[in-house]
Design a binder for this molecule. Structure first.
Ligand code: SAM
Ligand code: SF4
Ligand code: FES
Length: 357
């Protein structure tokens, strides 16, 4: 089978045997890539049209108790500037965000234990009460099932937690021994059971990653059936143990985005800030490879230069309004359209026989 055959089969059946996924991950030519991007665009337009959903990202604390080897916020990084916003400050970010047309707010942070479960619930319900037509997404790491349930009851409907890699050996090379893939998987299934729209994902080209690891991640995601899949290139940070590791590439990230779009036609796929960091038009190319979400920064200007996961992060000096306007121009240039909408996941169409029951 040629890569062209594989791309057509993946578009038609949303799945491939292991060897054929591996071939697409490792041997696509320029011609193959053009073909897979065209198929990914077609599938994305069938499900989501030409709409791009905006998520306003509020990075509310750069403190983290964890020590993930790849991340600039890791607790051992003594050079990181730390900040945390108060509950009121976090809720206040949503006001101007609403005016700018955001209808989803993503609250992200390091694992900062100074916010209690009640604090997070108050922040979530504070935003939901002021903006009942908006969704709140949390991305605050590994918690107990009880905590996840409490946030959900307070009004959080979506949660982003990348598995990073499903392979335990690879996971162990990226994380300190106290973190385990078993607990991460437990978190993801708890979130799904509770009723969240769940986002998982990986860094493309993370240190020691093999194509077989990426294949295992695709298989894991087929089992989890996430609503969102966040992928972006690994980018080194100068004050981490991975300072000398090579960054993930634009090409590998775009290829995987297209493969994921064909495997998960209904998934929400962001064109990430990391993709925009490794190439000035990375996010535009991401949209043209099947992505349908972007996450402009809504954090207060005074702190956004301090939430540094990796070197060279873009959008750290711009006001929320500038970033939002810049993003709109970029999306239009890529041939897509920003919509003012919560941008919920669009599930499988209900079978007409079922709909009549
Ligand atoms: N602490 C929470 C967590 O880990 O889920 C949320 C914040 S964490 C910074 C969000 C994501 O940033 C991680 O899932 C990871 O994939 C990504 N990230 C961290 N360091 C990175 C790096 N050096 N390059 C690219 N992405 C990175
Ligand atoms: Fe903390 Fe998340 Fe960074 Fe890990 S990836 S060190 S949990 S902020
Ligand atoms: Fe943030 Fe361009 S998208 S400044």
């Amino acid at each position: 089978m040629t890569n062209k055959d594989r791309i057509i089969q993946l578009s038609e059946t949303q799945d491939l045997p292991d060897g054929d996924y591996l071939a697409l991950l490792t041997s696509m030519t320029k011609e193959d890539r053009d073909l897979i991007f065209a198929h990914a665009r077609q599938v994305r337009e069938k499900v989501y049209g030409r709409e791009v959903y905006l998520r306003g990202l509020i990075e509310f604390s750069s403190y983290c108790r964890n020590d993930c080897l790849y991340c600039g916020l890791r607790r051992s990084n003594g050079h990181a500037e730390r900040y945390r916003l108060t509950g009121d400050e976090i809720v206040a970010c949503a006001g101007p965000g609403y005016e700018l047309g955001f209808r989803t707010f993503v609250l992200q942070s390091g694992e900062d234990l100074s916010y209690s479960t009640g604090d997070i619930c108050d922040i979530v319900s504070g935003i939901r009460t002021r903006h009942p037509d908006c969704a709140v997404t949390l991305s605050i790491g590994e918690k107990s099932r009880e905590d996840y349930q409490a946030y959900f009851d307070a009004g959080a409907e979506r949660y982003l937690l990348r598995q990073e890699t499903i392979d335990p050996v690879h996971y162990g090379k990226l994380h300190p021994p106290e973190l385990s893939i078993e607990n991460r998987v437990r978190c993801l299934y708890d979130l799904r059971d509770i009723g969240y729209q769940v986002g998982c994902g990986i860094m493309v080209g993370s240190p020691f990653q093999t194509p077989e690891n990426v294949l295992e991640d695709i298989r894991f995601m087929q089992d989890l059936s996430p609503h969102m899949i966040g992928i972006g290139p690994f980018i080194h940070h100068k004050d981490t143990p991975f300072r000398d590791k090579p960054d993930g590439t634009l090409q590998d990230t775009l290829n995987l985005l297209a493969i994921l779009r064909l495997t998960f036609p209904h998934a929400l796929l962001p064109a990430t800030t990391a993709l925009g960091t490794i190439h000035p038009f990375g996010r535009e190319m991401g949209l043209q490879a099947g992505a349908n979400v972007v996450m402009p920064n809504l954090s207060p200007k005074g702190v956004r230069g301090k939430y540094l996961l990796y070197d060279g992060k873009i959008c750290t000096g711009d006001e929320a309004a500038e970033c939002r306007a810049c993003m709109e121009r970029r999306i239009a240039r890529a041939g897509y359209e920003v919509v003012v909408s919560r941008g919920d996941w669009r599930g499988e169409p209900v079978d007409s026989a079922q709909a009549e029951c």
